[in-house]
Design a protein around this ligand. Structure first.
Ligand code: ADP
Ligand code: ADP
Length: 228
């Protein structure tokens, strides 16, 4: 699905490389954790996959197309295929849960009929049907992130990219969220989660790609500490 070939990233005005000659292939249907300490390059990798950033050198292929060669239209199409989930949820405060999720389809120009059908389905999937008329501030952190996930999945993305999605949540909520990502993955969506929640990564037993100072240190199936 995504093939990252020898990618390095140097940000403008920064001295060191954020990513150093990293190569990585993601197959459709995979569930991958990106782990590593703060500054390791996890967010950079996610931004490159969304094409929010371009590599300084190397290439990234998405469905066999070099992402650097995208036209404007292909770039929009690329981003439509990807659901993003953020640490700070990025919900619209003035909109209800329902409206936040509906908005993701409104900006894509979907019909009211389709929106009215799909929003309840997405809310059902994340277990928030009862909270559809609440505002974000009336929800717990875990619930707010479920809205973030509903907003991502309603586009029926082929790939979900989540950057520290459980960073603001306690352990129980974080585990429930990971289980929700697992359910979405089992229904066919490829999932990539950047996190430093080692204990959860260990528990989930998925592919683990570890970065340190911009270098890929390991890429293994299964937990983390049991591979030490
Ligand atoms: P460009 O698109 O010109 O490469 P950058 O990617 O360098 O721009 O910067 C994007 C944004 O990230 C800027 O608003 C910048 O202020 C901010 N930024 C700069 N340094 C850092 C850093 N070390 N970590 C996170 N964000 C940064
Ligand atoms: P992680 O997500 O693992 O914490 P990042 O990808 O955010 O790592 O950062 C990798 C390196 O790139 C760090 O040294 C960080 O300071 C730097 N960096 C990240 N974003 C920017 C930016 N926009 N401009 C300059 N440097 C950046």
């Amino acid at each position: 699905m995504i093939e990252i070939k020898n990618v390095s990233k140097l940000y403008n005005g920064s001295k060191g490389l954020a990513l150093k000659e990293t190569s990585l292939a993601l197959e459709p249907g995979e569930f991958i954790f990106l782990v590593g300490p703060s500054g390791a390059g996890k967010s950079t990798l996610i931004k490159l996959m969304f094409r929010e950033q371009l590599p300084t050198s190397g290439e990234i292929f998405f469905e066999n197309r070099n992402m650097a060669d995208y036209s404007k239209r292909e770039l929009l199409a690329h981003r439509r295929k990807i659901g993003m989930v953020f640490q700070d949820y990025k919900l619209l405060k003035q909109k209800t849960v329902y409206e936040n999720v509906a908005f993701a389809l409104e900006v894509l120009g979907k019909s009211p009929k389709e929106i009215q059908k799909k929003v309840p389905e997405a809310l059902e999937k994340v277990g928030l049907s009862q909270k559809k008329d609440k505002f974000p501030k009336e929800l717990s952190g875990g619930e707010q992130q479920r809205v973030g996930i509903a907003r991502a999945i309603i586009k029926q993305p082929v790939l979900i990219l989540a950057d520290e999605p459980t960073g603001n949540l306690d352990r129980d909520n974080a585990l429930q969220l990971m289980k929700l990502f697992e359910k979405i993955n089992k229904e066919g969506t490829t999932v990539v989660i950047a996190t430093h929640a080692w204990d959860l990564v260990d528990r989930m037993q998925k592919r683990v790609v570890a970065l340190s100072s911009g270098e890929l240190m390991r890429d293994e199936q299964g937990g983390y500490s049991n591979n030490e």
